[in-house]
Design a protein around this ligand. Sequence first.
Ligand SMILES: C[S@@+](CC[C@H](N)C(=O)[O-])C[C@H]1O[C@@H](n2cnc3c(N)ncnc32)[C@H](O)[C@@H]1O
Length: 284
Amino acid sequence: MSKRYDNNSSPTELLPGDIEYEMGTPIPGIILEKEKWVQTAIKRLPENGQLDLAAVFGRSAPLALDIGCGNGRFALSSAVRREDWDHLAIDILPAVIRYGTRRGNQRGLSNLRFAVCDGWRFLADYLPAEACDEIHIYHPQPFSDPNFSSKRMMTPGFLALLHARLKSDGRVYLQTDRKEYWDYIRSIMGALFAWTEIEGPWPDDEFGRSRREVLSIEQGLTIFRGVGKKRPDLSEDQLQAILKELPEPKFELEHRDSRSKRPLRKRPHRHAKRKPKPQNPKMD
Ligand SMILES: C[S@@+](CC[C@H](N)C(=O)[O-])C[C@H]1O[C@@H](n2cnc3c(N)ncnc32)[C@H](O)[C@@H]1O
């Protein structure tokens, strides 16, 4: 089986059987023969009403949603690992979704769909209540320019939407390398979720769950990870009363350049294989 190196997410010539690399780290899955490729793009979201998930995937299965998926590394990895789960990965930027769909198509991942959409809108307009078993948000855009801080995704209102779209035993997975954003996230998550912070890397994606995580690891940044299990016992009145008390994400961010003194690690040689770490902590 040959390996193909891809340093900047741009397509190289890929052949059936290839493992594709990005920044020295394999993109999960193997390139299939063209006859086995599938279409993972949802090209048009409904004009009115919600997505018919059973029609989209042609079956009923547990659903994982990745919001702000970037180039889709986590969704691809999870779809390869968990064939019995369906996956939706969305991002507001068409350019990054194109990387994800190409990779999903070439790996024949019929349990994965990508869509270009704003996260808030996708939850509010396109998903029915209690549709998701898992919602994943890795490295939400920090918006360090104070003029754009109102665009931050993690707000009390967004938290309420996450809660409403998760099944009663559903979980939200969150991660960032921005300490100030993390402090805000941990200050609000416990209100609607049983919140657990995770030490160390995710056991199933040892080199990083997402492109941003792979980069953050290379830069020696501290990565904060946590899982929130939905509190299903809250009445609508209780929920509204809790939400009124939660702060908005108005924190200031430390200037990025001064946060890490550690130099970038040299990237591995194009055919170098990363050595697996000896052990991984359990997730929960
Ligand atoms: C820092 S990147 C992280 C991408 C990916 N999750 C990762 O960890 O590599 C943040 C991503 O969120 C997307 N994004 C920002 N605001 C969004 C929104 N309102 N709805 C959906 N995606 C959004 C950006 O386009 C970008 O791809």
